[in-house]
Design a protein around this ligand. Structure first.
Ligand code: ADP
Length: 427
């Protein structure tokens, strides 16, 4: 193995992509070797022996010249001839050691003397080793290559350390930036929360005012309406003989309007009452009993229209009896009201689907075009005119009640005869 191979073999092995990346950035550079001898022939001889190492060889013919090189460059090792005029090797070594930059540069003294005094002076001046003349090329090469190796490795180490330091500070900076961004997100979040809270409070206040207004309006307006109704009746009775047919017809219009206004107000009252209910108190309700109650309430219109009502599988649910009566009654009475040419047929049923009950009210009535399926659940939305009395509140009320009990309501129907209203209730 040649000394050159030795240098390459002992280079640091890199592992993994990071190490590969690092070694690419930190390719080892050639080491510099300073050769100092006052005789050019000796310098040439040293050069010839060390050429094989493939490093940079710098030559100096005096201690002074060597010091000038040391001011500008870092050397892996210095080969210093002891016996030189003006400034001998020991004096030069002492000055080399005094300089900060070269304090730790290894110095190999080249000398012909093998005595203790020489050794002592040499080590005192900062020598790390001695080479004796006549120089054995193999010994020289292997001693120098050890220092070259050392210098290349420590150079690499230094570069790696600097790189790690840079990466570290980059990492710290990005952590600080991320921290700042997180703080900002937190600040924006709490600002958003505050705004949502303020907005919600504002909305609740507005809602409350509206609800109170709706309730008061529908409740208080019924009072004067009753007065209008009673005085119209009184007028009719007291002045019956003085009124002609036209006057009686006009009074009929007044009475009709009063009735319509009254049912509008009573539906509005029911609706605003639902808006008013804060806490739902649910209990076990037998929906078959609900249907029976509704059939009793609607007895006269069922008989009048010859309505046929069947039912199947109505379960017990956790709900509110009164509210379910309102939903069932609105759906059944609508099926009776919006019947087609045939007398009304209604089938009420319920089916278990996953975690909920699905109730169906199927009729053979007028049917509803799909484009109106959502609209009809809005308040005051009607598809029919005066020929079918109504306020447009019934389905909005059903939707309100069902949704407050975590259910959904919808209609399945085509323009042709028949609609099926469905709603769900959790089991
Ligand atoms: P109202 O019956 O008082 O007008 P609803 O809110 O109960 O109000 O119903 C809204 C509209 O939906 C009705 O005006 C009617 O046009 C339509 N509708 C409701 N139920 C049926 C049904 N079973 N068949 C056909 N149309 C219906």
């Amino acid at each position: 193995m040649t000394p050159k191979e030795g240098i390459l073999k002992t280079m640091p092995l890199s592992a993994g992509s990071e190490a590969r990346e690092m070694s690419a950035e930190t390719q080892p550079q050639k080491a510099k070797i300073l050769l100092v001898d006052d005789r050019p022939a000796n310098l040439l001889a040293l050069e010839a022996i060390l050429e094989d190492l493939g490093q940079d060889l710098v030559k100096a013919t005096s201690g002074k010249e060597a010091l000038r090189h040391i001011l500008n460059d870092d050397f892996a090792v210095i080969l210093l001839d002891v016996n030189m005029p003006e400034m001998d090797g020991f004096e030069a070594a002492t000055l080399i050691r005094e300089r900060e930059r070269s304090r730790h540069t290894p110095i190999l003294f080249v000398t012909a003397h093998k005595d203790d005094e020489h050794l002592f002076r040499g080590y005192y001046a900062g020598a790390v080793d001695f080479l004796y003349k006549p120089i054995n090329p193999e010994v020289l090469r292997s001693k120098v290559s050890v220092f070259v190796d050392l210098s290349i490795k420590s150079d690499l180490l230094q570069k790696h350390a600097t790189m790690l330091e840079t990466r570290n500070s980059e990492l710290e900076r990005s952590i600080r930036e991320r921290q700042r961004a997180e703080d900002e997100v937190r600040r924006l979040n709490s600002e958003l929360e505050r705004r949502v809270k303020d907005g919600t409070a504002e909305l609740l206040r507005a809602n409350e005012e509206l609800r109170q207004f709706g309730y008061a309006a529908s409740h208080d307006l019924r009072e004067p309406l009753r007065t209008v109704a009673s005085y119209t009746q009184l007028l009719g009775r007291r002045y019956a003989d003085k009124l002609d047919d036209e006057a009686r017809e006009f009074m009929g219009y007044i009475t009709d309007s009063v009735h319509r206004m009254d049912s509008l107000l009573s539906d509005l009252l029911a609706y605003s009452y639902q808006l008013n209910v804060r806490e739902q108190v649910l209990s076990t309700v037998d929906t078959e009993a609900v249907l029976q109650g509704v059939l009793m309430n609607l007895d006269s219109s069922i008989k009048e229209t010859g309505t046929e009502i069947t039912h199947a599988g109505l379960p017990e649910v956790q709900s509110d009896f009164g509210q379910l009566v309102q939903v069932f009654q609105n759906l059944v009475s609508n099926s009776i009201k919006y019947h087609g040419p045939d007398s009304p047929k209604i089938h009420v049923s319920a089916e278990e689907k996953g975690e909920e009950w699905v109730f169906s009210f199927a009729d053979n009535g007028l049917g509803i075009e799909p484009r109106y399926h959502d609209q009809i659940f809005g308040i005051f939305k009607r598809l029919h005119g005066r020929e079918y009395p109504g306020t447009g509140i019934g389905l909005a009320l059903c939707k309100r009640i069902v949704e407050r009990q975590d259910g959904r309501i919808w209609v399945e129907s085509e323009a042709g005869p028949g609609s099926t209203f469905k709603f769900t209730l959790p089991k």
